[in-house]
Design a protein. Structure first.
Lengths: 211, 222
């Protein structure tokens, strides 16, 4: 059984403690919603799990998966930046990420799933914000990776897009994958569990101050 | 297609598309070399004597042009995050990017050098010697530049800092490149030793560059 576990995680950026004593465990088929006010460290937590930030303390481990890969190499990360080149076409962009992320699924199929198959030959420059977000999400579909780290995945999406996102997330969970979502607004899907940042961190800071 | 080939093909494709830097380097090279006869005057003997040095300086500066975008563009749009999460060593990923830069910026300079030699009154043998030394030496310029690009990746407008970091490190390449060209044209020293040092500089920077750049990227991202 796949399980992602974080123990005593702390993140320090520019000398300021963003969060500390964060602990959670997510199993395959489960979705963890990361909530909290602006600046509570939701994005930092996802980047830390992806291996893009080094934790000040603690560690993230993945049990029950191929041991030769790091957690980041088993994860998809959809952040605020969409990682697409404006001069390449939609299809070229996605085919590139398919090759780099080690995907085995069809580019055309993934584009159809997010509703962009009609725009495959258009340079990514001409996509709207919502379409760029859909293209980012299509990256999740071209390469199979068990962990999805989604940072505000439904931003800029229309109602149909949010429904599509919910379906894609549901299919991933049904396939035994696990999901971490940081979101402000309404989640595209009801989470299995929730991790609240900010409040817990303040409590931890107080208890350390007393000790 | 493997991840490294995909990276190489993507970067080369972007270089030849709108906004890419593939031809900018050659055009800049042409500009620099064309300006020299105007500055120096119509002294053909003098032009022929300083020709190899002018071509080398022009190539060195032209090669700097695309370097500031080499990693920064991927950093700014989030591509670098995903490349770091790919199942390939970062060292090889940055080496593939540097190779793409050399193929689209450095190699066109090598090809253009014999043509621009005509503007500097170089005979075909001298132009050939300069092109050969550029072929051996420009990879060193790119792979040394890769280190600078990785160190300045997170800085806004790091292009100038990059040039200041990289140009001193390029000095040995320039010295041996021009020395090898001159020995081939006027002698009296043999062509072999300075050319061998030039090749060695390229090989060393091809090994050290990717490792240093990967180290800078791993510790510099935040």
């Amino acid at each position: 059984m796949l399980e992602l576990q974080a123990l005593d995680l702390a993140c320090v950026r520019a000398g300021r403690e963003v969060f500390a004593d964060v602990e959670f465990a997510v199993r395959g088929g489960e979705m963890l919603a990361v909530t909290g006010p602006n600046g509570a460290g939701k994005s930092s937590l996802l980047r830390l799990i992806a291996g893009l930030l080094a934790p000040a303390r603690g560690q993230v481990t993945l049990h029950g998966a191929a041991a030769e890969y790091t957690v980041g190499e088993q994860a998809h990360y959809v952040g605020h930046l969409d990682a697409f080149k404006p001069s390449l076409t939609v299809e070229e962009n996605l085919a590139f990420w398919k090759a780099v992320l080690g995907g085995g699924n069809e580019v055309r199929g993934a584009l159809a799933a997010v509703g962009l198959d009609a725009l495959a030959h258009l340079p990514a420059l001409y996509l709207s914000a919502g379409q760029r977000r859909r293209l980012s999400l299509s990256r999740l579909l071209v390469a199979a990776r068990p962990i999805w780290l989604l940072d505000e995945p439904s931003s800029a999406l229309d109602a149909a897009g949010v429904t599509m996102l919910g379906e894609v997330m549901g299919a991933h969970l049904a396939g035994g994958g696990l999901l971490l979502v940081a979101e402000h607004g309404r989640l595209a899907r009801a989470p299995t569990r929730e991790l609240q940042l900010g409040r817990a961190t303040a409590a931890a800071r107080r208890s350390r101050g007393q000790a | 297609m493997g991840p490294l080939t995909a990276l190489l093909v993507r970067d080369m494709r972007m270089a030849v598309r709108v906004g890419g830097g593939a031809l900018i380097g050659v055009v800049f090279f042409l500009m620099v070399v064309t300006l020299v006869p105007f500055a120096v005057g119509p002294d053909l003997a003098l032009l022929a004597r300083i020709g190899p040095a002018v071509l080398w300086l022009g190539a060195l500066l032209a090669n700097l042009l695309g370097l500031d975008r080499l990693l920064t563009s991927d950093y700014e749009d989030g591509s670098l995050d995903l490349i770091l999460m790919a199942r390939m060593p970062v060292e090889l990923a940055v080496a593939a990017k540097a190779l793409a830069h050399w193929l689209t910026t450095g190699l066109p300079l090598v090809i253009a050098a014999p043509l621009l030699g005509i503007l500097l009154n170089l005979d075909p043998k001298a132009s050939g010697a300069v092109a050969l030394t550029l072929l051996a030496g420009t990879p060193a310029l790119t792979f040394i530049g890769l280190i600078g690009a990785a160190l300045t990746v997170a800085l806004r407008r790091g292009g100038l800092l990059l040039a200041i970091l990289v140009l001193p490190l390029n000095t040995p390449v320039l010295i041996f490149g021009v020395a090898a060209s001159n020995t081939a044209i006027v002698g009296p020293m043999p062509f072999g030793p300075p050319f061998a040092v030039l090749c060695a500089l390229s090989l060393i920077s091809m090994v050290i560059g990717p490792f240093a750049a990967a180290l800078a990227l791993r510790y510099g991202l935040d």
